[in-house]
Design a protein around this ligand. Sequence first.
Ligand code: ACO
Length: 321
Amino acid sequence: MSIKILGTGSALPVRRVMNEEIVRMVDTSDEWIRERTGIGGRHVSVGETAASLAADACSRALEDAGKTAEEVELLLVATCSPDEVAPCTACRVQDRIGAGNAVAFDLNAACAGFLFALHTAWAYVEAGIYRNALIAGSEVLSKVVDWEDRGTCILFGDGAGAAYVEKCVEGGVLGFVQHADGSRGSVLSCGSRRLDNPWFGQRDFQKYLQMDGREVFAFAVRQVPLNVEAALEKAGLGVADVDLFVLHQANRRIIEGIAKRLGADMDRFPVNLDRVGNTSSAAIPLLLDELNRQGRLRRGMKLVLSGFGAGLTCGACVLEW
Ligand code: ACO
């Protein structure tokens, strides 16, 4: 038994911010950003929230799958930039789309969040607890990005992606690996919730996302190929059997480095970060939805999804579309 993706959806804020606009804010250039990252533009929230974007993406995924919100049994939202401390984003989404019969909760594994949510859904279905799940990755990172820091503000974008999955007897998820390394948490972190009570007093706190870009880069290029190979081994497949590698969209050079290590041509690695930047947990489902709507996914195709991010967390999933 496994789970199969039957529908996908995505949502982006209406406001598009091209590199040229960022060049007017910090000391950088369009050439530098494109050359070092592959990013040309991103969408930035002008009122859209993690919940509203996730709800739109979820509604589209349900429509694509031909399902109604009432049918959903499990609703998971992966996010590291929720709108509120409580209630969780998934409960807000449940209310917005009318998925009143679903159990709803959030999951935070940063850029690997959607993959971890997919694996969680798989485990619930495998255990016989639920028969289906609606999974979203949704981020409004623009509220935790320091728009005066050229090292990070060029990278991130806002958006959401979602997938409706259902129990299946053939195909679907074939192999999965996931890892977390909390000892390297400070490589990429955001401590925007400060301790502020009458006994502690007010201290300085890290308000914005901070990152050791080179460390993250090296981690991704080294770890992702290992995860992909391990997940493929579990699925009884090899790199040559894979039709498309749908990777976390952080940096084009990272994707090229991973492709090289796997010995695979870049034409099997679709990229959309040139238009949307790094949308963290939304990146994989956003790209998946784009491929689905372009008609590039055919039933029976073998896909590898793989992500990495703050935690440090990472994982890979092999599935038959
Ligand atoms: N414009 C111009 N110059 C810049 C910019 C910029 N936007 N940013 C940094 N520089 C400068 C640096 O100050 C440095 O100057 P120096 O040599 O005078 O000190 C020089 O460019 C080189 O800096 P590096 O950090 O070595 O540049 P690098 O080639 O590594 O590129 C980047 C930086 C793009 C951040 C890269 O390291 C990267 O993409 N890392 C991965 C980041 C990532 O994927 N993060 C997200 C993870 S997912 C998640 O969980 C959210």
